[in-house]
Design a protein around this ligand. Structure first.
Ligand SMILES: [Zn+2]
Length: 375
């Protein structure tokens, strides 16, 4: 993946230059490059390096010709995108899921139909795609491609990757939506020294994900990062999981709305923001307290993982621009001193496309890891 990334960024580039860039032995680089050529991802060109010394064959890549399919599925919408090697979504389609059509078989068929439809409109044979990556909220088994449990989708032990694979006849991988989102937002770059990206998402739920050296950190059961159920107060409010005082009883949409409704009827977080802007002090306090707990969460993630980048995302952040700045200024008071200045706090680069981009990257990564050839 790293070598592919070097060819992509520095094309055209020689094997020797790559070896120098990533400090790997020329023999190893040569072997991996030969694999990449065999798979059809990298090609040799007629150009030669112009510097002094021995002339070298240059390597190039046609980023637009190498497409992966990235899919995001959640309770209400399916998004399918064709993603090139630069992480650009070249074509995409969205489909709103009807309330009654959330069964895995129906969703699998819809996804396959959308991929074929996009391939048709782009004039590309669907068989040309490297594979399909899918991001779904919940606990995923990345080895079997099973959805172990998704509260959002209402699915338990569904062999979802295999269902899609059976229809579309392409390799299909799936993972938790936040994990692929973090992968989509991270960049592997040997020169930037950016190696550990932590993503924190706040919205209808709270979650996090970590990408180290370009790889998703999964933990033993692929549930690392479920910070929503980390305990803040053992005597706190009852959480949906049955425990008390979980982080998500403080900062999810539902938590804020429950609190607001003790004062007056409020039906959405947008409405709560409108009340705050209209000068309602109690609405301001609820939002402000959520921002405080987000700042606390950032400190906890920083203390646990020492990341160089933290991406703050999720509907609560994306839909209300003032939240990011409030959290940023609050976090100054909550970050333990040795960590001050050790990380960059940023917003999502790809916005609502980031799960698609990350899922497409995941399938490319897994196909390279397994050394798969064309089917
Ligand atoms: Zn909980």
């Amino acid at each position: 993946m790293l070598i592919l990334d070097m060819v992509r960024k520095h094309r055209p580039v020689s094997r020797a230059e790559i070896a120098k860039l990533i400090r790997m032995s020329p023999t190893s680089v040569g072997r991996i490059v030969n694999d990449l050529i065999e798979i059809g991802l990298v090609k040799e060109t007629d150009q030669f390096s112009s510097g002094v010394g021995r002339k070298a064959t240059m390597l190039d890549i046609d980023v637009q010709q190498i497409l992966s399919v990235g899919v995001e599925v959640d309770r209400s919408v399916i998004q399918v995108g064709l993603v090139d090697l630069d992480g650009r979504v070249v074509a995409e389609q969205h489909h709103v899921i009807e309330r009654t059509a959330g069964q895995p078989g129906i969703i699998a068929e819809k996804i396959a139909g959308m991929i074929i439809g996009l391939a048709d409109t782009q004039g590309i044979a669907a068989s040309k795609f490297i594979g399909v990556g899918i991001g779904i909220p919940g606990i995923m088994d990345t080895i079997t491609g099973n959805v172990v449990f998704s509260a959002q989708m209402g699915w338990t032990n569904e062999p979802f990757a295999k269902m899609v694979e059976a229809i579309i006849n392409l390799p299909v991988v799936l993972d938790n939506d936040l994990k692929v989102k973090a992968l989509g937002e991270s960049s592997i770059d040997a020169m930037s020294n950016k190696e550990i990206t932590a993503l924190i998402s706040i919205g209808s739920g709270v979650g996090s994900a970590l990408v180290m050296d370009g790889k998703i950190y999964r933990g033993a059961n692929n549930i690392a990062g479920e910070i929503g159920h980390s305990t803040i107060d053992p005597n706190g409010k009852l959480c949906e999981c049955g425990k008390r005082g979980c982080l998500q009883t403080y900062i999810t949409d539902l938590a804020m709305l429950q609190e607001a409704n003790q004062i007056k009827p409020v039906s959405s977080v947008n409405e709560l923001f409108a009340l705050m802007r209209a000068g309602e002090a109690w609405a301001h306090n609820i939002i402000d307290r959520a921002c405080t707990y987000i700042a606390v969460t950032i400190n906890n993630v920083v203390c646990t993982y020492n990341p160089d980048t933290i991406i703050l995302t999720g509907d609560f952040i994306e839909n209300h621009p003032e939240v990011f700045e409030t959290v940023r200024s609050k976090s100054k008071a909550f970050i333990w001193e040795p960590f001050i200045g050790t990380f960059e706090l940023i917003r999502s680069k790809h916005g609502e496309k980031s799960v698609m981009v990350g899922a497409a990257k995941l399938v490319l990564q897994q196909r390279l890891d397994r050394g798969l050839r064309h089917k």
